[in-house]
Ligand binder design. Structure first.
Ligand SMILES: [Zn+2]
Length: 258
């Protein structure tokens, strides 16, 4: 009976690990999306700044054109000075030139402002470019890590499936069927220890008679409430020891500590 218990507990440990690994594999596409998200964001930011740059360049060209035609306008006004006859005409013309100059000053101001904006935006573009580079670098790293993790998990899964097969071959088929049924019903935990007189699966207090029977380990008994297969905790420790500690290592560690 002890062997069957141990096999069951080991089977459950394997199944839980398989479940965890499959869950991890299932989430891989989601993780990939999360890994790529910063790159997409950085690319969008850069694209927006580049579009702003194009708009600013267009704005700069048109302000410069406007300034150019205003300068041309002033030149023409000045050229007409000699054609003027009366003082009144002359004064009016000077006034017109003055207005045109003021307009030209404003246009110059506008050109300067656009140029400043262009420069500032170029800085922003540079920042976004390096942010994108960094995001791409991190993304590649994370992708490689995810790929490695996926490959490792696949290997581990294959090994676990094989181990599972070996264990199920040694298990009593009826017991295995019982285990599988409870596992499906109880979210992966079908075998659970008794602790302080209670089932650790559902925490219900068990009748002392049942606890005593579980401790004796004559039969594979179930919790009357959640139907999980119960075992005495000592069994699990033995099982763990058999797995984790190689024969003779106790002696070695004892010798080392003295
Ligand atoms: Zn229970």
């Amino acid at each position: 009976m002890d062997t069957q218990y141990r096999l069951l507990i080991t089977l459950q440990t394997i199944d839980q690990r398989i479940f965890k690994l499959r869950e991890q594999q299932r989430q891989a596409p989601e993780r990939m999306t999360a890994i790529e998200a910063p790159v997409l964001k950085a690319r969008k930011q850069l694209q927006a700044a580049q579009e702003t740059g194009q708009a600013l360049a267009k704005q700069k060209r048109s302000s410069e054109q406007e300034l150019g035609s205003q300068e041309e306008h002033i030149r023409k006004l000045r050229g007409r000075m000699s054609e003027l006859k009366t003082n009144k005409e002359y004064q009016a013309h000077l006034f017109e030139i003055d207005l045109a100059k003021k307009k030209k000053d404003e246009l110059e101001e506008a050109v300067l402002m656009v140029m400043e904006n262009v420069e500032r935006n170029e800085q922003v573009i540079k920042q976004y470019e390096s942010a994108l580079q960094e995001a791409e670098r991190v993304c590649e790293q994370e992708k490689a890590r995810l790929a490695l993790q996926t490959a490792t998990a696949e290997q581990e899964l294959a090994a676990l499936e094989k181990e599972r097969e070996e264990i199920t071959r040694q298990l009593d088929p009826e017991l295995l069927a019982r285990y599988d049924k409870i596992k499906t019903m109880r979210k992966g935990v079908a075998v659970t220890p008794v602790r302080d007189g209670a089932c650790t699966g559902c925490r219900i207090q068990l009748p002392p008679q049942l606890v005593a029977e579980v401790k004796r380990g004559d039969a594979l008994l179930s919790c009357s409430y959640c139907h999980r297969i119960l075992y005495w905790e000592g069994v699990s420790e033995d099982a763990q020891n058999t797995v984790a500690v190689a024969p003779g290592s106790d002696v070695l560690s004892d010798a080392g500590s003295t």
